[in-house]
Design a protein around this ligand. Structure first.
Ligand code: 13P
Length: 283
């Protein structure tokens, strides 16, 4: 079924697991991600930046998610990731996205609340879920500066106020992860995550999933993470495989011979991640 973030995170809560949210960068990658979820028998969240949505076409992305959800009998959410602009969010909702993120994390608390509430008001009318962020998730690796300072972590008292005032469905928390970290791994502030889990009673979201150590996945899920974002690992996998294929093959070969191995790589990575996110003891 094509469904909302709220619905799949409810299921994740009752099964004590996290749902993988994977960033696709083109239309090609999308079926490979959904097929991994089909193999693993879990729901999946496909997320796009505003840039990808505008490049591929919002309605094209919605159409593929809807048709694959129906054909394969899998729960699929299409989510707009890190949107800062209200008009971009409206565009996605109007085209049929089932979930959006308003990222007002760089704004002062009151402005973040006001901006988020405005998005929630519009999303509710269309039965679309909303994720928002408080605190600052760090970044990037090849563009250097991968670090996280105490001052950027999500404050639990602010989180209580933010959730109460906005009525969001999921909260992205800053606990030491960084976007784009793929060579090194991050040190998570588990104590802060524990405080946040105690403070708010909605599903928590981890960003920068590529940089999270495999052995930390269970710990963060046990502390309330229900949506696990992974982007960079897919990009790196695709680009490495792609380089290998283009170097190896003649230039007049079918394009599929260069693309299908990349899709297989994506499916493998996503399956491995989803398996971890299922949080199965002793397996
Ligand atoms: P990575 O690209 O670091 O895995 O982060 C993905 C993400 O959090 C998207 O919002």
């Amino acid at each position: 079924m094509y469904t909302t973030l709220k619905e799949v995170l409810k299921e994740a809560e009752s099964l004590h697991m996290a749902i993988g949210a994977f960033n696709t960068h083109n239309l090609e990658m999308l079926p490979a991600i959904i097929k991994a979820a089909v193999h693993q028998k879990t729901p999946v969240i496909i997320q796009t930046s505003c840039g990808t949505a505008n490049y591929v076409g919002h309605k094209n992305l919605v159409a593929v998610c809807r048709s694959m959800a129906e054909e394969y009998g899998v729960n699929v959410v299409l989510h707009l990731d890190h949107a800062k602009d209200y008009d971009e969010i409206r565009k996605a909702i109007d085209a049929g996205y089932s979930s959006v993120m308003f990222d007002g994390s760089s704004l002062p608390l009151k402005e973040n609340i006001l901006g988020t509430k405005r998005v929630v008001d519009y999303a509710r009318i269309h039965h679309v879920s909303v994720e928002a962020e408080l605190g600052t998730v760090g970044g990037t690796e090849d563009g250097i500066a991968v670090s996280q300072e105490d001052a950027c972590y999500t404050d639990p008292e602010d989180a209580v106020e933010f959730v109460k005032q906005t009525g969001i469905d999921a909260l992205a928390v800053a606990i030491g992860t960084n976007h784009g970290q793929y060579k090194s791994k991050t040190n998570i502030n588990f104590e802060r995550l524990r405080e946040l889990q105690k403070a708010v009673d909605i599903p928590l979201v981890i960003h920068g999933g590529t940089g999270v150590k495999e052995e930390d996945v269970k710990r963060v899920i046990d502390l309330g993470i229900r949506k696990f974002n992974v982007g960079t690992e897919l990009l790196v996998g695709w680009n490495r495989k792609s380089r290998e294929c283009y170097e190896e093959h003649r230039e007049n070969i079918s394009n599929r011979d260069n693309v299908v191995p990349c899709l297989d790589t994506i499916t493998e990575i996503v399956e491995r991640k989803i398996h971890l996110f299922k949080n199965m003891d002793g397996e």
